[in-house]
Design a protein. Structure first.
Length: 138
């Protein structure tokens, strides 16, 4: 509204000055045209910046929504992987326990074998001593 009033007043001024002094009227018309072009240029820049800002805001909202979904997906993957880690740790512990038990069994078997071998050797030595000490029958 204000712009229309100023334009009408400026047109009246140009018309009245142009009747008395045509050169000054022409200069005023050029000044008015330059002012309109400048205002139009600033209006275009303003509208472009508003469009750019709204486009960036829309992209940011979409990206934020995508990132929220991605974060939720990654959180669920992390929990699944943590559960997998716990499961594998339990499996490792059970395997280690089994190996310890097998090692104990083998130690006992080895000890028994060593004891049996020692006893066998002692028996053989005793038999040889007894055979040597026994008189022979003819």
């Amino acid at each position: 509204m204000r712009e229309a009033i100023y334009a009408a007043v400026f047109d009246e001024l140009i018309a009245s000055v142009g009747r008395d002094q045509p050169k000054r009227g022409g200069l005023l018309r050029r000044a008015q045209a330059e002012a309109r072009m400048t205002i139009d240029a600033y209006r275009t820049v303003f509208e472009s910046s508003i469009d750019f800002g709204s486009r960036k805001l829309r992209e940011a909202v979409e990206t934020k929504g995508d990132l929220d979904e991605r974060i939720a997906t990654l959180d669920s993957e992390i929990s699944a992987l943590r559960a997998n880690v716990v499961e594998l740790q339990n499996l490792c512990e059970s395997l280690e326990y089994r190996e310890e038990q097998k090692a104990k069994v083998y130690e006992v078997k080895d000890k028994e074998e060593v004891d049996l071998a020692t006893e066998k050797q002692q028996l053989e030595e005793l038999l040889t001593v007894l055979r040597l000490s026994k008189p022979e029958k003819k």
